[in-house]
Write a protein that binds this ligand. Structure first.
Ligand code: ADP
Ligand code: MG
Length: 234
């Protein structure tokens, strides 16, 4: 599969060393991550759990190159992300990373299929994109909802459209904030099975933030964030 970065299956996709993230608001400084180390390998699934405010979204934003650490180092395939220009960052994000945001961010005036195609609208292969979008929607069980608009879909169906969209660029790293939060158990299982399949067949690394013990149990590894500090464990 063509990518602009080398796939090194046994190596880390992304690593962090002594990562600190502070937010400054007015005179206040919040130290959201207090010097954590992490590594995510190709094909593994990691569940990030922890109480509200412990830094889970902050970590996900750093993994997704949406934000930069205040201190410490984050490397993507061994490259220091702090050296990336804004354009590099955007391109790497598009090439390597898929996101499933907690609040879907579907575009209301586009159909399910168009929403999934959206990240590739500027590419020059519209037919291939259309095929891939259709295939992904079928894989998440929405083959019969291709032409529906978001307000014609249930919460769980919208979530599955968001999952399909996150996969349109064949990411090496899939980041998901509560990916099964609005799904009944059967549908949630279907999404978890899809993640497993992607890990096994395409070596995709999957990082999920979750409050659901069931999702955590399905992951290879669980890391617990407590007040900006990481605790490993099973
Ligand atoms: P979680 O996702 O685990 O609930 P967050 O990563 O969102 O936690 O937040 C970690 C800490 O950082 C919290 O104390 C939160 O209030 C603070 N924080 C998060 N984002 C910002 C921001 N943009 N500005 C200021 N403080 C923030
Ligand atoms: Mg959060």
């Amino acid at each position: 599969m063509a990518r602009s970065v080398d796939r090194r299956p046994d190596d880390a996709v992304i690593e962090g060393h002594d990562v600190v993230k502070e937010y400054h608001t007015g005179e206040q400084t919040v130290r959201a991550l207090k010097g954590i180390d992490f590594g995510i390998a190709s094909g593994e699934s990691v569940a990030v759990v922890g109480p509200s405010g412990s830094g889970k979204s902050t970590l996900l934003n750093l993994l997704g190159l949406l934000d930069v650490p205040t201190d410490g180092s984050v490397t993507l395939y061994g490259e220091e992300t702090a050296t990336f220009s804004r354009a590099d960052r955007t391109r790497k994000r598009k090439d390597v990373i898929g996101f499933v945001f907690q609040s879907y961010f579907l575009i209301p005036t586009l159909t399910a299929r168009e929403n999934v195609e959206m990240p590739r609208l500027l590419d020059r292969t519209p037919e291939r994109t259309r095929e891939r979008a259709t295939e992904l929607l079928e894989r998440v069980g929405l083959g019969d909802r291709l032409d529906h608009y978001p307000d014609e879909l249930s919460g769980g169906q919208k979530q599955r459209v968001a999952v399909a969209r996150s996969l349109i660029n064949d990411p090496a790293l899939l980041l998901a904030d509560e990916p099964t939060g609005n799904l009944d158990r059967d549908t949630g299982d279907r999404i978890l099975d899809l993640f497993d399949e992607l890990r096994e067949t395409e070596d995709v690394a999957v990082v999920t933030v979750t409050h659901d013990d069931y999702v955590a149990t399905a992951a290879d590894r669980v890391v617990r964030l407590i007040d900006g500090t990481l605790r490993g464990g099973e």
